[in-house]
Design a protein around this ligand. Structure first.
Ligand code: CP
Length: 311
């Protein structure tokens, strides 16, 4: 047990060596390294829909020997008026060792983590539009596992950047990994407000965004974070902002396409691109399990411990 209980709240909370440890360990596990065995339990608390993150945290927990517990939030006692603080304290009192939380409220994860008893860990599995750190880590691990170096890379993030926690965590991560240029593109009201940060370029068109880039990361429109009246028309959106085969010809040779999912075919991405040989979309999903195994190993202080504890 580490002296301080570790939580994964956001990318900024990880030191450079921790980022490297997590990404490298995910790649090792993907290449067949033996997982550490952790005698612990992890409860999934998802207050927003999820397929990839929820299932991969469950699989990852099982693969490192942990006991995964899925709590159906629509059937939980929060429905009867229990506060989330009391729910979390109740689970900790039962001996749950780790809480994997997805929730729309920004700041909630850090607040709950600070109130947890020592030895109970919290993982941010999605926090409103602010953070999705395990997704950013798995995206980096996906590139590294493919032998694509992030140093000197040009990367375009296209779509609803403003409401995307994937983009927010990616923006905390990519430059720390040496990415040379991050281009953000999408309709003006779906780009972050204000001037771009250093090393980040806002592009007015998809064509401008993808020219010469090594990685194109497409994002879905986060309808759940918008008023219905402001939803873009899907067909018009696809025409202007949907990634199609013709765009790949303008990118760098060997450019790869990423998307955190869920994808909306015919909206932000054409089916032939999603299913094409440049697409890493399912590879991202696969790497998500290994990355989350690495996260559990790191949380419980099991990385760098040598062979003991391995199964
Ligand atoms: N990428 C991602 O978070 O997908 P889910 O919403 O399915 O977990």
């Amino acid at each position: 047990m580490p002296e301080t209980t570790r939580h994964l709240l956001d990318i900024d909370g990880l030191a450079d060596d921790e980022l490297e440890t997590l990404i490298n360990r995910a790649c090792e596990l993907a290449a067949g390294a033996t997982a550490r065995r952790l005698d612990a339990s992890a409860a999934n608390l998802f207050f927003e829909p999820s397929t990839r993150t929820r299932v991969s945290f469950e699989l990852a927990a099982a693969r490192v020997g942990m006991q995964p517990i899925n709590i159906e939030m629509s059937q939980a006692s929060t429905i009867k008026g229990e506060s989330l603080e009391d729910t979390v304290a109740t689970l900790a009192a039962m001996g749950i060792d780790c809480l994997v939380l997805r929730h729309a409220d920004i700041g909630l994860h850090a607040r709950l983590a600070s109130a947890l008893p020592a030895g109970v860990h919290l993982v941010n599995a999605g926090e409103g539009s602010r953070a999705h750190p395990s997704q950013a880590l798995l995206d980096a691990a996906t590139l590294r596992a493919r032998g694509i170096a992030t140093s000197g890379l040009k990367l375009a993030i296209v779509g609803d950047v403003r409401h995307s926690r994937v983009a927010a965590s990616g923006l905390q991560l990519w430059q720390r990994l040496g990415v040379e240029e991050v281009r953000l593109a999408g309709p003006a009201d779906l780009l972050p407000p204000g001037p771009p940060a250093t090393g980040v370029v806002h592009c007015a068109s998809l064509e401008e965004a993808v020219g010469g880039v090594d990685v194109i990361m497409m994002l879905r429109i986060q309808h759940e974070r918008m008023d219905r009246a402001t939803w873009p028309d899907s067909a018009a959106y696809h025409k202007e902002w949907g990634l199609k085969s013709e765009h790949l010809a303008a990118a760098a040779a060997g450019c790869v396409v990423m998307h955190p999912g869920p994808i909306n075919r015919g909206v932000e991405i054409a089916a032939e691109v999603a299913d094409g040989d440049r697409s890493l979309i399912l590879e991202q999903v696969r790497m998500g399990v290994f990355t989350r195994m690495a996260i559990f190993e790191w949380l419980f202080g099991a990385l760098g411990r040598g062979e003991e504890g391995e199964r």
